[in-house]
Ligand binder design. Sequence first.
Ligand code: PMP
Length: 428
Amino acid sequence: MLYQRSSALFKDAKTVIPGGVNSPVRAFNAVGGTPIFAKSAKGAYVYDEDGNRFIDYINSWGPMLLGHAFPPVVDAVIEKAKLGTSFGMPTALETEIAELAVSMVPNVDKIRFVNSGTEACMSAIRLARGYTKKDKIIKFSGCYHGHSDSFLIAAGSGAVTFGTPNSPGVTQGTAKDTLLARYNDIENVKELVEANKGEVAAIIIEPVAGNMGCIPPIEGFLEGLRTVCDANDILLIFDEVMTGFRLAKGGVQELKGINADIVCFGKVVGGGLPVGAFAARNEIMDYLAPLGPVYQAGTLSGNPLAMAAGLAMLKAVHSDKGLMNRLEEKTKYLHQGMADALNKNNVTHTINRIGSMISVHFAEEAVVDFESAAKGNNETFKKFFHGMLDEGIYIAPSAFETWFITDALTYEDLNETIAAVERIAKTL
Ligand code: PMP
């Protein structure tokens, strides 16, 4: 495959955009090579500036649950744009999407829309701190909640430790209020809570992790968090930016039957436009301005184009009774096909899958937390990634990302993918 035009565009982009990209995950730093510049996309495929077609397993990092350029979303945006692109005044549309979202998600009464997952998570912890009048939060190593300061904290050593910032610009003052726990390790969480008695406002978690590859919660882990939170007046925040409206219509709360106190959304909820949201019961949400003391705002929040796209998306997800099963079946089929292809060729690997999230870890042992994910063989991943790319299959350029399965994928696409994996496996 030729990437000449992408290479030329990347060269130009680097002169005016840091690293040539507006979000680092798009760069190929972890795998080497030149990022592919997208030109258009339709259904399960993305087309680049060189005219190559890729079967897309990134899907804009999650929003395209129903495929690219999904007609109801595109039509809704076009129609709305003709009526004005932003008002800075409330619109009927915002109530319509809020009503639908709240009806789909368990245990929430109100929702506020923002412009990204980052904003949703950042606002959720401010709300939790304001509501509980406590300062500290617990997050899990390997979970990503956007790039606001409190979340850019790397794992420290030891079970009870203050985080150290992993980005210059995040102050020690901020970092000391973020405590780090191991994913899927409830004892570790209990120790942290015990060591910081009365100080923890919230535990925030990706209830199915997608930012260290796909890592589902082990049996009893989320239940354990709920119990710890209840016993210590801590709010449980589910960051469902990836999983919301994807793993079930009501997200992981519905899938696992566990209630969170605040839920964050992004990606699918905006149908591919810049949208995030956070939701909770009345007593918590009414703590937000203008009703309550916790401030949170946005010039473009609830933007009509974004809300039109989100509403069209949620309506489609809501009305399609067979969607979640179809997605799961497709993902399972891909899982089995890839596992067979890799096993036949003795490639050491572990595949994690839940619903329409899946990832291939080139690791020997079960991948249950950041530590085990990091044991994956990155050299194998790099070869796998570039092999897939040259076969016309676009996966995330990092081993620490989940793949997102879209309903637009046909079994032919999946077979094409499996056949490519088989060819690549012979070279690994
Ligand atoms: N939370 C999770 C779980 C995410 O996966 C992401 C983005 N990948 C975010 C928050 C941040 O969302 P955004 O990039 O829209 O700011």
